[in-house]
Write a protein that binds this ligand. Sequence first.
Ligand SMILES: *Cc1c(COP(=O)(O)O)cnc(C)c1O
Length: 430
Amino acid sequence: MSTTKFATKALHAGHDVQQTSGTRAVPIYQTTSYVFNNAEHAANLFSLSEAGYIYTRLNNPTNDVLEQRLAQLEGGIGAVVTASGTAALATALLVLLKAGDHIVASNSLYGGTYNLLNVTLPRLGITTTFVDPSEPTNFTKAAQENTRVFFAESLGNPKLDVLDLEAIAQQAQAYKVPFIVDNTVASPYLLNPIQYGANIVIHSLTKYITGNGTSLGGVIIDAGTFDWSNGKFPEFTEPAAGYHGLKYYEVLGAAAFIAKVRIEGLRDFGAALSPFNAFQTLQGLETLEVRILKHSQNALALAEWLSEQEAVAWVNYPGLKTSKYYDLAQKYLPQGQSGIVTFGLKGGFEAAKKVANDSQLFSLLANIGDTKSLIIHPASTTHQQLTPEQQESTGVTPDLIRLSVGLEAIDDLKADLATVFAALPVEKSV
Ligand SMILES: *Cc1c(COP(=O)(O)O)cnc(C)c1O
């Protein structure tokens, strides 16, 4: 399977039909627990001297297939699926960090992630410095003696800035800290951050990977490339109090981190993915390639059309030649730039709110990556809690509309927005 192409892996990787009674579909193992052969077998599973299933908070055969499939699609050595994208990020960070540790993060982040780093983790003594990622050396400039992670989104939501992954990965490597990349908006088809030096990749499965808006989920994928014995991560080299003295790096080597995510992260924080949601995600993942290409095509066509509309002040899509991220998009996202488009209305906050309200075909809701087209006015919804300065740094201006362009016929999407624009009050030209 390792030499096959993306579409083949998306359909087959991680599923051995012989092990599931020949079922062509991956079955849903809707069970909490697994019968041990005998007391010795049970003891061996708990001591990790034998691999097997114990309890669905830790592992499950349906989740297992999804984990192996996603790890292969991102080029990682292992993966752990979680109850949501947020759970994936929180679990990864809490497995790595302790009170007194510090993160350097891009300032162009998903609103929920920004709050986790800016408000909630500081309560636990884990602080973050936010930097402008368009200058990669900003990460090292903001790094401190206690910095343990560099974090960024490969394609910022909703700023749509394309990260220079390779340059930031070099900074992280030189500083000897893992580089964690949230690759949700790009999806593993359009971009594999591990190829450019990311050490850990996070996805919200809720978005393009499941793709149909039915199920929350998340994943942590380990590249297996980080040296946990470099002196900054004693929890990986010294006997673990939480696991009968296990020395993670000595025993598990390259898989030390992803093993710790499962046996400590899932055990202690409990954000396991339901096997039913894993099944739903597997159905979506099968068609990710065809969908994300069509999402990208529709988004580019709509972005070009929006650029010509009288009511529109500006359009941001990294596939547009006018985008300041065009060159980086050509390097990192040459096959398509995903389905998110943002634009500003000449009529500002009120016009943007009206467009979000009046559109018929675009559903007004807080999600992205659905097959159906979605619309939101972040300044009055998802980013309402942020100060004007924070809104500015995350790329959210009062006039901004975010579209998640779906798979509907492009002419219908244009016609819907044209009707809404026609009903806006005419702006006096300046
Ligand atoms: C949605 C999203 C998340 C959070 O994922 P959930 O599954 O909603 O918890 C994290 N990062 C990005 C970029 C997202 O778009």
